[in-house]
Design a protein around this ligand. Structure first.
Ligand SMILES: NC(=O)c1ccc[n+]([C@@H]2O[C@H](COP(=O)([O-])OP(=O)(O)OC[C@H]3O[C@@H](n4cnc5c(N)ncnc54)[C@H](O)[C@@H]3O)[C@@H](O)[C@H]2O)c1
Length: 341
């Protein structure tokens, strides 16, 4: 559902995966007919009609943010498991409506935070969880890049409900929640000084994790930089690979940079700032995030796995991002729990 920028990529991933067969594409734009023709599948302008006629085993929802819940509910009503692109919704009310429907119906719904399937993110979570870093103390994350003007031809991307907090930083927030645990409180400055859209183009954010660690995030879609996970990790589908780090995690025993995956620690337990650090490179399995996500979705459809990112989990990531947006708007510290009441 939705054969736009990422929908076409999903179609290509489906075509390449021997475990699945792409059977239909729904999109209101007539231009998407050409995409359906290219993939040799049926085309629908009404997504419900597609679900009713094709009765698929699963659906991928790659529509503008504001339509995610409506489309996911159409799947849940028909007991069709779905992979919903992030964010789960453009508002928490809508997200919680979906969470309630999913939990009541018992239909698996997976939220498309594909970075969790990337080997660097999975490894970082393991390194934090197994205590290699000691007690987690401080985390820094960056997502800065320069989007071209044409990207904003699609109006939803420059209006409330779109914008880089909900489109991009949400991935970093989801990664940090996955690696470091939940976030309790946030503070933020947001700015639209470069593009003058209704939505922000830049943000600086401070967060407090439930586990006690503190974090900072810097985000901009109007600044030239290699400091963003998409180009740094080489896992994105349509960006060049520019090896760099986008996250730095520091604990009482060691530090880890991601995605270059360097682990820094002292040679002995007694080491401190006057002693040199030893750098150990952690090798990864080389698997690909989007492919892994699709295989996981197929496992979910086949009943072999539970969604790695449930609707409720996706709603918590959204609540955290909406807390950041509110903190920027209101110039104050916002507890994520405020968003849930
Ligand atoms: N996980 C990722 O890496 C990733 C990357 C890009 C986008 N996304 C997410 O995917 C979603 C789509 O983003 P995009 O950049 O591909 O957007 P897009 O605007 O390029 O594509 C959206 C498509 O939905 C179609 N559409 C709109 N209303 C419709 C309706 N009622 N019924 C059927 N089709 C309809 C549009 O015609 C368009 O083809 C967004 O939620 C975005 O946040 C995720």
């Amino acid at each position: 559902m939705g054969a736009g920028l990422i929908g076409r990529e999903h179609a290509a991933l489906l075509r390449a995966n021997p475990r699945v067969e792409l059977v239909g594409i729904a999109d209101v734009s007539e231009a998407a007919q050409a995409v359906a023709d290219e993939f040799g599948v049926r085309f629908f302008t009404d997504m419900r009609e597609m679900l009713d006629q094709m009765r698929p085993d699963g659906a991928i929802i790659a529509l503008p943010n504001a339509l995610h819940v409506e489309a996911a509910l159409a799947c849940v009503e028909r007991m069709v498991p779905c992979l919903v692109e992030k964010p789960i919704a453009d508002s928490l009310d809508a997200a919680m409506r979906l969470v309630a429907a999913v939990e009541e119906a018992g239909v698996p719904v997976l939220i498309g935070h594909q970075r969790r399937y990337s080997p660097d993110i999975a490894k970082a979570r393991q390194v934090v969880r197994d205590g290699t870093l000691g007690r987690l103390v401080a985390i820094n994350a960056m997502w800065m890049t320069d989007k071209p003007a044409a990207y904003f031809d699609a109006a939803w991307r420059r209006l409330p409900g779109g914008g880089p907090l909900l489109i991009n930083l949400i991935h970093d927030i989801d990664c940090l929640r996955f690696i470091c645990g939940d976030i309790d409180e946030v503070m933020a400055f947001t700015s639209n000084a470069v593009r003058s859209f209704e939505v922000e183009d830049t943000a600086s954010v401070s967060v407090r994790f439930t586990g006690g660690a503190l974090g900072t995030l810097l985000m901009s879609d109007a600044a030239v930089s290699p400091f963003n996970w998409d180009t740094a990790a080489g896992q994105a589908l349509y960006f060049p690979h520019q090896p760099e780090n986008s996250y730095h995690l520091a604990g009482t025993k060691a530090a880890l940079s991601v995605p270059c995956m360097d682990l820094w620690r002292h040679e002995t337990e007694a080491g401190h700032w006057q002693h040199p650090l030893v750098r150990q490179h952690i090798t990864l399995d080389g698997s690909r995030a989007y492919e892994n996500q699709l295989n996981h979705f197929v496992d979910v459809i086949e009943g072999k796995a539970k969604p790695l990112i449930s609707a409720r989990d996706g709603a918590m990531t959204l609540a955290t991002v909406l807390a950041i947006a509110r903190a920027g708007r209101e110039g104050r510290t916002v507890a994520v729990s405020e968003m849930l009441t």
